[in-house]
Design a protein around this ligand. Sequence first.
Ligand SMILES: Nc1ncnc2c1ncn2[C@@H]1O[C@H](COP(=O)(O)OP(=O)(O)OP(=O)(O)O)[C@@H](O)[C@H]1O
Length: 274
Amino acid sequence: MFMSSDIATPGTTPERHIVQPGDAQHPIVLSTEDLHVFYGDKEALSEGDLKFARNQITALIGASGSGKSTFLRSLNRMNDRIATVKGRIMYRGVDINQPDIDVYEMRRRIGMVFQRPNPFAKSIYDNIAFALRLRGITAKNKLDEIVETSLRQAALWDQVKDELDKSALALSGGQAQRLCIARAIAVKPDVLLLDEPASALDPVSTSQLEDTLLKLKQHYTIIIVTHNMQQAARISEYTAFFNQGRVLEYDTTSQIFTNPQVQVTSDYVSGNFG
Ligand SMILES: Nc1ncnc2c1ncn2[C@@H]1O[C@H](COP(=O)(O)OP(=O)(O)OP(=O)(O)O)[C@@H](O)[C@H]1O
């Protein structure tokens, strides 16, 4: 089932065009309702009500400062200390933007990978085992199993399996970013948020990361901020176009790139803006 809402007067292009995802095969896992984000008294995000469907990749695109990271970071409450986030963030029927939510546990379900790879100054193995031990998993065979599975899912196992004791700081940028993905998935999240995860990577590492994400979507719901249009087109099913703190267009990625309904989206994806 697809829900569409346009705001337009006859004979003009719409100001906004929102087609939300979701069907029996891809039910909605996460959604935002009446979301507003303020830094001090400045409203950085006002119209960003989106739904995200299971086992799909959604790309968030838009010019610098349009609100993509603000939106993404709100989804697992990374903005709690720096911004006021009003509205509902519904995760599997629960509003996680409520004060009584266990934020630590919520972030286990909704994990995040940042722009710059940020491995801990520990061994490759311990980068993954660290959070597991904190959660009470201490049996060596269990830790070994999860470390291996996570590294395999992140497409890093074959490259590092013989040097798990090596410092993670010695990995290349692309490998370090895949280690950060392995670390995020080791705690068995449901949703993965990625904020420009390839911006510090070379083209080969970027391509490997994209292949990894395409495999990971079998298990996770993925939301990715990217400035790279080709990347959004290559990997995502849905794309949201942000402009000045509002989502102006949300639709299937093929529609956004081949037949955008809003003029500003069209200008942006064709490179005439931003
Ligand atoms: N910590 C902060 N304090 C105050 N204002 C902020 C803060 N972070 C972001 N903003 C402002 O909020 C608006 C949206 O910023 P945001 O980083 O979400 O945009 P973006 O689309 O992710 O940009 P970029 O692509 O450059 O990362 C901008 O006007 C920005 O200056």
